[in-house]
Design a protein around this ligand. Structure first.
Ligand SMILES: Nc1ncnc2c1ncn2[C@@H]1O[C@H](COP(=O)(O)OP(=O)(O)OP(=O)(O)O)[C@@H](O)[C@H]1O
Length: 327
């Protein structure tokens, strides 16, 4: 039809299905008093999803074929099960975050929107809207859900495996083979190495330092490289090798690292050379790292002993629980 505005429906106090598709409506209005469950406004000129706050029973909304770019107006509609928004102008994938709280949402269509071409859009949607069963007309497969989680919130094992794969590949490709002191030990007796780990603030770093100070004829510190700025009490080559992002990347690409990890926006990595430097002195290498670093080390040919330190404060115990420790 040629309807340009919604009006005259106020008295329909039992109206649950309404279709005003293929008209010339540009604003959603005058629906607030209706107990709508199904609302079809496809093929209009609507720019904004608005004035729907009171439609708390809404289960299906079809706004396909409009000019909509933002999804904020759908937030809070917890009874919504199906949203049709194909052929609109949604660009930003962050718009999907407005739908995160819609726990009953099973079907979402956003095909033929610019968002369609945003890299990893589907995976992003599947990750943030885990209850969806159909997205853009296709069933959401369990494999997609798993790979979306691995992409956007990967379990430590996955991060560690990827880290190990990268470092091993680069080391094999870009580093000449050389005789290593750490591998000159007998086959039945691998190079002795100790890795301390624990949640932030657990004191594993001080523990390592005490070990090296008290038993200098047995332990040597495997000093990691980091992009974190050097603190006033920290020594270059003693606590860490403090390097910038570019130097870290070059070392990574040339296959220097056994493992790398990012903590709090800073990067950390233990190089083969750092271990070799200790092995060369006939000492056992002791070092400290995060849990993911440990999991990467477990993929290497080294067979360190691992010690986990956990201060028994409630915050740290929560952290340990979150990390799902399976050392
Ligand atoms: N090569 C590495 N790989 C992975 N993690 C590392 C590596 N080197 C250091 N880390 C870890 O990075 C984290 C941050 O290091 P940082 O020196 O900032 O310690 P911190 O903030 O003082 O924390 P803590 O109190 O746990 O020592 C620590 O848990 C440290 O063990």
């Amino acid at each position: 039809n040629q309807i340009t505005a919604i009006s005259g429906l106020d008295s329909l106090s039992r109206l649950s299905h309404l279709s005003l598709a293929s008209n010339r409506i540009d604003t959603i209005s005058n629906l607030t008093s209706l107990p709508l469950k199904y609302l079809r406004l496809s093929g209009n000129n609507i720019v904004e999803i608005e004035n729907l706050e009171t439609l708390t029973d809404l289960m299906v909304i079809d706004l396909s074929g409009n000019q909509i770019s933002r999804l904020g107006g759908l937030c809070g509609h917890s009874s919504l099960m199906e949203i049709y928004l194909q052929e609109n102008v949604v660009v930003e994938r962050e718009e999907l975050l407005h739908l995160k709280e819609l726990k009953n949402l099973r079907v979402l269509s956003l095909n033929q929107n610019p968002i369609d071409t945003v890299p990893e859009y589907r995976s992003y949607a599947v990750f943030h809207l885990p209850f969806l069963t159909r997205l853009d007309g296709q069933t959401v497969r369990i494999e997609e859900k798993v790979s979306a989680v691995n992409r956007f919130s990967p379990p430590l094992e996955v991060v560690a495996a990827q880290d190990h794969r990268t470092n091993t590949k680069l080391a094999v490709q870009n580093k000449p083979a050389s005789l290593r002191f750490s591998t000159l030990t007998r086959l039945d007796e691998p190079y002795p190495m100790l890795v301390m780990c624990g949640p932030p603030g657990s004191g594993h770093e001080q523990f390592v330092r005490h070990l090296v100070d008290e038993f200098p004829s047995f332990f040597g510190l495997g000093v990691s490289h980091t992009t974190q700025p050097q603190g006033p009490r920290q020594g270059h080559g003693r606590d860490y090798y403090f390097i910038d992002e570019g130097t870290f990347n070059r070392a990574l690409i040339s296959g220097e690292f056994l493992e790398t990890h990012e903590v709090g926006g800073h990067r950390y990595g233990l190089t083969m050379a750092a271990v070799e430097q200790v092995a060369h002195q006939g000492l056992a290498c002791v070092t400290h790292m995060t849990l993911q670093g440990v999991l990467t080390m477990k993929n290497t040919h080294f067979e360190p002993r691992y010690i986990l330190t956990i201060p028994l404060t409630p915050q740290v115990l929560t952290y340990v629980h979150i990390m799902d420790l399976t050392l």
